[in-house]
Design a protein around this ligand. Structure first.
Ligand SMILES: *Cc1c(COP(=O)(O)O)cnc(C)c1O
Length: 499
């Protein structure tokens, strides 16, 4: 492709991209293809001769697009959003064009220094201590692994990196039963052994019970184990439950454990001053992760990893022999020593574009609106006699289920007012039937293509999970007007009665 052809195709593509974003709501949110369908349409062998760009674009539209789930669709309510925004996309175009390898300062000084500055901005924006430093990782899974590896090296005096485990370590790691699977994965990869991850019980809000954490630590200590680290969730993946950071930090500092805070999704809510108190106790934590690539309008991948002790991080990952180093830290950052990869993408550019284009207040306003929409929807759901909200809604994630007050068989035939309101207590058999009913409901909803939800299990009960965090999500004014006025609804989302 000549540069002139590149120019022409790039212009066409930008038009396609703008049209796509404008019309994305017309696609089914969740791809409706069957397993293997796309693969069968792709030739088994690559072309020997180059093909014209038009042929590539035709196949992109005809073969690839039907197999895409449209994450930027305004009715994408599944998982956590992987949201993007026009300034972020434009920055990604520049990053791809520059094609810079940002492993060390010298390989692109601007990339290193912009990353340093943007991480300082973000640190201040979400209220982390000024003395902490940040680095952009590809994912929260990587950041959490880096944290566990650093904890391991600090505790072993860099012994495991140097010699491997010698059997005397017997480390244990703690998180709640609601914690993300990346912790178990990280504990395995770090060589600590998945069997040495202790899952601590949660309370009725699905937050870790600090007393149970302390009991587990004490028990492990008395049986000759070495409790190493705790991972506290600020916003679990299931229901965005908030582990009590201050109480947990008190326990980890008293027992000498490392503390990592996993705020991969909900950390973005810390942009709002009204959520800042969730960080109480952070000064006693060691590391923190938030993903701008989830809720902060920045394309995947961009995971912001912050650490209290940069030296501990670098000593875990640097590979230069010690004798080559100066006593002081270099005045520049060589981010190859701040994580697992050597080669790194120039990720700071898109975050810089996003923060500058939205402005901090612009970001706050959108996050606040998402939370307000979620709260309103949760109130409406909880006012429906046949539905119930299954967990608190501190941010923008609603866990709910269909739980007909009638016997479960048929859709209600009587008008609502005549139906018996009190719901009988849920027996063990009911849970199974309700789970099946809600699984069927989820499948039918998603098959419409009009929206996409996922599910979680809370205390064995299936909950549909609806996350309002999409860049383009708006309340539909027409349907909103048809709904009962909010004034008639309860002000407080009733606490789940079923935990
Ligand atoms: C999404 C999520 C993760 C994993 O994030 P990746 O960037 O996909 O690795 C970890 N923890 C929590 C709480 C999450 O919500």
């Amino acid at each position: 492709m000549t540069n002139e052809e590149f120019r022409a195709h790039a212009h066409e593509l930008v038009d396609w991209m703008a049209d796509y974003l404008e019309g994305v709501a017309a696609y089914p949110v969740k791809s409706q293809v069957q397993p293997g369908e796309i693969l069968a349409r792709l030739p088994a062998l690559p072309p020997e001769q180059g093909e014209p760009f038009d042929a590539l674009m035709t196949d992109f539209k005809e073969i690839i697009l039907p197999g895409i789930t449209h994450w930027q669709h305004p009715s994408f309510f599944a998982y956590f959003p992987g949201n993007s925004s026009p300034p972020s996309v434009l920055a990604e175009m520049l990053t791809a064009t520059l094609g810079a390898q940002c492993m060390s300062w010298v390989t692109s000084p601007a990339a290193a220094e912009l990353e340093e500055r943007v991480m300082q901005w973000l640190r201040g924006m979400i209220g982390l201590p000024d003395s902490w430093e940040g680095v952009i990782q590809d994912s929260a899974s990587t950041a959490t692994l880096c944290s566990l590896l650093t904890a391991r090296e600090v505790r072993s005096g860099r012994g495991v990196n140097a010699r491997g485990f010698d059997g005397s370590e017997r480390y244990t790691v703690y998180c709640s039963t609601e914690a993300h699977s990346s912790i178990e994965k990280g504990v395995g990869i770090a060589g600590i052994g998945r069997g040495n991850l202790r899952t601590v019980g949660v309370d009725e809000t699905f937050a870790m019970v600090p007393a149970a954490l302390e009991r587990a630590i004490v028990e492990d200590k008395s049986s000759g184990r070495t409790p190493l680290a705790v991972v506290a969730a600020l916003g679990t993946t299931g229901s965005t439950a908030i582990d009590p950071l201050e109480a947990i930090a008190e326990i980890t500092s008293r027992h000498g454990l490392w503390l990592h805070v996993d705020a991969a999704f909900a950390g973005t809510a810390l942009l709002l001053p009204e959520h800042r108190s969730l960080l109480n106790g952070i000064e006693r934590a060691d590391t923190f992760v938030v993903n701008p690539h989830k809720w902060m309008f920045t394309n995947f991948d961009c995971s912001a990893y912050f650490v209290r002790d940069t030296g501990a991080l670098i000593r875990t990952f640097e590979i230069l022999p010690e004798y080559l180093k100066t006593a002081e830290r270099e005045p520049v950052h060589n981010y190859r020593d701040w994580g697992i990869q050597l080669g790194r993408r120039f990720r700071a550019l898109k975050l810089w574009f996003v923060i500058r284009s939205f402005g901090v207040e612009g970001l706050r306003e959108r996050i606040r609106r998402h939370c307000a929409m979620a709260r309103e929807l949760a109130l409406r759901i909880s006012a429906e006699p046949d539905f119930e909200v299954m967990a608190p809604v501190p941010f923008n994630t609603i866990c709910f289920r269909y739980h007909p007050s009638e016997p479960l068989a048929e859709p209600p035939s009587q008008p609502r007012a005549q139906r018996p309101p009190p719901r009988r207590a849920e027996g063990p058999g009911d849970t199974g039937r309700l789970n099946a009913l809600n699984a069927a409901l989820l499948e039918r909803l998603n098959a419409t293509g009009r929206l996409f939800l996922t599910h979680t299990k809370l205390n064995g009960r299936m909950a549909l999970r609806l996350v309002i965090g999409q860049t383009a999500v708006e309340q539909n004014r027409r349907t909103a007007r048809a709904l009962p006025p909010l004034k008639g609804l309860p002000q407080e989302i009733p606490a789940p009665s079923i935990v």
